[in-house]
Design a protein around this ligand. Structure first.
Ligand code: SF4
Length: 296
């Protein structure tokens, strides 16, 4: 069995940057992480062992006892930040610059008189960070969620991890229900998301199975798995090498490997090693594989 790594996979620059900032924290016991820094149970446990406190994403009303609050790469609204500062908290802000850009674009659209529509998952922590600072907005995650909005100008942006392939159908649904209105699309899907999704398309037809590594609740990991299925691949989504069972790979000649943007490299490496040891197969990067295929 060959193991083919996707040409782009795993931890993105935004999460790496946040992890680096966390390493700089001198007194973890004085810091509460506001939500999940990464969707990886082992890293979350490691942070807890170091002394970091954490506040679940769904329980933000809970009283924070530490003097410092660390905002994750997913970002937080200005309103949310002001509330924490009002409680006397100092913020360690690891918001990904690409998420900050989405906040700015949303504000620019609103200030220019557009009704803001966010293509993304309602309730997702990144989406909440954007919408909490808007006076009027809608979140559209499927064609059926599009509406006729009472406005002349609609500004559409997206969650950073929206699969690019979803954009045309969602924009078309909005356009059909709002004829004659000015509709402005600002593409705020981040480059790492686009690259990882594109890499799945490259693997399609090359592999019999796709292993997707990442948190069970990680939106971008789920999107990678969904794309694999959509492209007709058999998909196995796992969080660690411990979940690999040899019989799952019976009859598989080539397996593709990818990972979500908050998956640590060592987790992917462990899975990669386990897969190759399991089968003693050859290992290629997909770009190398492509070169070999084209050369043959
Ligand atoms: S997925 Fe994109 S927006 Fe989110 S942290 Fe990574 S680079 Fe930033």
């Amino acid at each position: 069995m060959e193991v083919i790594k996707a040409s782009a996979w795993g931890m993105c620059e935004g999460v790496r940057r946040a992890m680096e900032m966390v390493k700089e924290v001198k007194a973890p016991r004085e810091v509460t992480i506001y939500g999940e820094l990464v969707h990886n149970p082992e890293i979350i446990r490691e942070l807890e062992v170091k002394g970091f406190h954490s506040l679940p994403e769904e329980n933000r009303e809970k009283k924070i006892k530490t003097p410092y609050v660390l905002i994750t790469a997913h970002g937080l609204s200005q309103m949310g930040k002001a509330k924490l500062k009002g409680q006397g908290k100092d913020l360690i802000d690891t918001t990904c610059p690409l998420v900050s850009r989405i906040h700015r674009e949303a504000q620019k659209l609103q200030n220019a008189g557009y009704f803001v529509v966010i293509l993304g998952k309602p309730g997702h922590v990144e989406v909440r960070g954007i919408t909490e600072d808007l006076s009027r907005y809608a979140v559209v995650d499927k064609v059926e969620a599009a509406r006729t909005w009472i406005t002349e100008k609609i500004g559409v942006i997206s969650q950073s991890t929206l699969p690019p392939s979803r954009v045309p159908e969602l924009l078309e649904a909005i356009w059909k229900l709002n004829p004659g209105k000015e509709i402005r699309w600002v593409n705020t899907i981040c480059r790492p998301t686009r690259d990882r999704q594109h890499a799945i398309h490259q693997l399609a037809g090359q592999v019999d199975m796709l292993v997707v590594v990442g948190g069970l609740h990680s939106n971008n990991t789920l999107q990678l798995a969904a794309l694999g299925r959509q492209l007709g691949m058999r998909v196995l989504q796992i969080q660690s090498a411990r979940e690999l069972v040899p019989h799952q790979f019976e009859g598989i000649q080539r397996v593709g490997l990818t990972a979500g943007t908050s998956t640590p490299d060592w987790v992917v490496e462990e899975i990669y090693q386990s897969l190759t040891l399991m089968n003693q197969g050859k290992v290629f990067q997909s770009s190398e594989k492509e070169r070999l295929v084209h050369a043959s």
